[in-house]
Design a binder for this molecule. Structure first.
Ligand code: PLP
Length: 449
């Protein structure tokens, strides 16, 4: 039996996969990957898959990137891990310095966690706790956008508005206030994205004005709402959100877990609105997709709200065992160095333009209602009827057909419902972009039949 087949069989006897109805695998092949190189994943028979989604949005510079690999290997010779309470190490310090150099101005402190959802938990707890330490115990609620996604742990899921993930667990969750997302796809006929975003910003402002006494923070995904289907909105909304938070005394939490590290055309999405959030949550690309790590960056004034003699009981007593893992920090230091050494943002502008050219023909497809792009993220909205934007019945699972076709033809596409999106590693070549769109277009034609 081939190694591929053997691994797939052994897997299905013992594993339970994330975000998966395991029953699907009665007909859907499990794909064992042996190695990765650049934008490609390779199975045990040598079949290659172009990774159009950066392995769930984590990879930046390609699989097996030699610089990041070497940084981890060098760290592995010295120290694999040490408790980060009372102890420290060079990669943790160097990374914090690097992140603060790169991040929007005004952020001064770095708190580590080990995955994106945990970073969100940290930011929510810190926001609430900072108000409490300042003597304000009323601020217990959060505001989030419709269509938001902030992770799967109960706190992060509480501020998530994707029904597929939220609905089942709703009885267990905090109740935030959801305000309308400025998502340009939802704008009225003939309305500009900017006008719709302004309308949504007015609602946000009114909501904060009404409930400010009870609201701790507004949390949002700057510019692109990933899990909602790569829904995009203009930077002006972020500027308005920052103003509204300042006006009404509410913290702003920017979840840049997906959009950070150059995805949207700037190093951080907040830069496009020239704003600094009170909390900036980072993960995914932070290690180039090599190891799990997250960081919450915050301001000196938040930090100061916790700084007191122990007896004042103001400390942030939150921890994860692997906080600031040295191997992960070393990988992330290599990522920071890559951004500081080479102008990836300029390079990505060229790549994003190639992606825009390659995706353009899909604008005329009879089952495509929208083609959108922000930097290195592009998405195509599949519908039953283009004129009325009538979606397909979700039970038909058109996106799954796209996925299956992509696998057969050697491209890893993983649509979000009926949204086919492209979020490739930055090393993707013009030929690879052409292949990705050729296969995706075939897959779409095949799926809408
Ligand atoms: C992936 C993601 C998270 C959750 O991160 P995990 O590491 O999967 O827990 C949170 N917010 C956004 C915007 C994400 O894309």
């Amino acid at each position: 039996m081939s190694m591929n087949k053997e691994l797939a069989e052994r897997d299905l006897r013992v594993l339970w996969h994330p975000c998966t109805q395991m029953h699907d695998h009665e007909s859907l092949p499990m794909v064992p990957i042996a190695r990765g190189e650049g934008a490609w994943l390779v199975d045990h028979d040598g079949k290659r898959y172009l990774d159009a989604i950066s392995s769930w949005w984590v990879n930046l510079f390609g699989h097996g990137h030699p610089g990041i690999r070497a940084a981890i290997a060098a760290q592995l010779e010295r120290l694999e891990h040490v408790i980060l309470a009372g102890f420290t190490h060079e990669p943790a310090v160097q990374l914090a310095e690097g992140l603060l150099r790169l991040a929007p101005p005004g952020l001064a402190r770095v708190f580590y966690a080990d995955n994106g959802s945990s970073a969100i938990e940290v930011a929510l707890k810190m926001s609430f706790h900072a108000w409490r330490n300042a003597g304000n115990t009323r601020k217990q609620r959060f505001v989030a956008l419709s269509g938001s996604y902030h992770g799967e742990t109960l706190g992060a899921l509480s501020v998530t508005d994707v029904p597929l993930y939220r609905e089942t667990y709703a009885p267990l969750l905090m109740q935030p206030i959801f305000v309308p997302s400025p998502d340009s796809y939802a704008r009225a006929d003939g309305e500009s994205p900017a006008a719709y975003a302004a309308r949504c910003a007015d609602v946000l402002d009114a909501t904060l004005a009404e409930h400010a006494e009870d609201i701790s923070a507004l949390i949002l995904e700057p510019l692109v709402q990933g899990a909602a289907g790569m829904r995009m909105y203009p930077p002006e909304y972020l500027r308005r959100a920052r103003q509204a938070c300042d006006r009404h005394g509410v913290h702003l939490i920017a979840d840049e877990i997906m959009v950070g590290f150059g995805r949207t055309g700037t190093l951080f999405a907040c830069e496009q609105a020239a704003i600094t959030p009170d909390f900036l949550c980072l993960s995914k690309g932070i290690t180039g997709g090599f190891l799990p790590l997250a960081a919450v960056l915050t301001t000196q004034s938040i930090y100061d709200a916790f700084y007191a003699e122990y007896q004042a009981r103001r400390a942030f007593l939150h921890s994860h065992s692997y906080t600031g893992n040295p191997l992960a920090c070393a990988a992330a230091c290599a990522v920071v160095e890559m951004f500081e050494r080479e102008d990836w943002i300029a390079r990505n502008r060229g790549t994003a333009q190639q992606l825009a050219n390659a995706i353009a023909p899909l604008r005329d497809h009879p089952n495509v209602a929208d083609v959108r792009q922000t930097g290195m993220i592009a998405a195509v909205e599949l519908v039953r009827d283009r004129a009325s934007r009538t979606p397909f019945d979700w039970r038909e699972r058109r996106g799954l057909k796209v996925y299956r076709h992509g696998l057969q033809r050697g491209v890893l596409l993983r649509p979000l419902g009926d949204v086919v999106y492209f979020l490739p590693p930055y090393c993707i070549s013009p030929d690879e972009i052409a292949l990705m769109l050729k296969v995706a277009t075939e897959a779409i034609n095949n799926a809408v039949e």
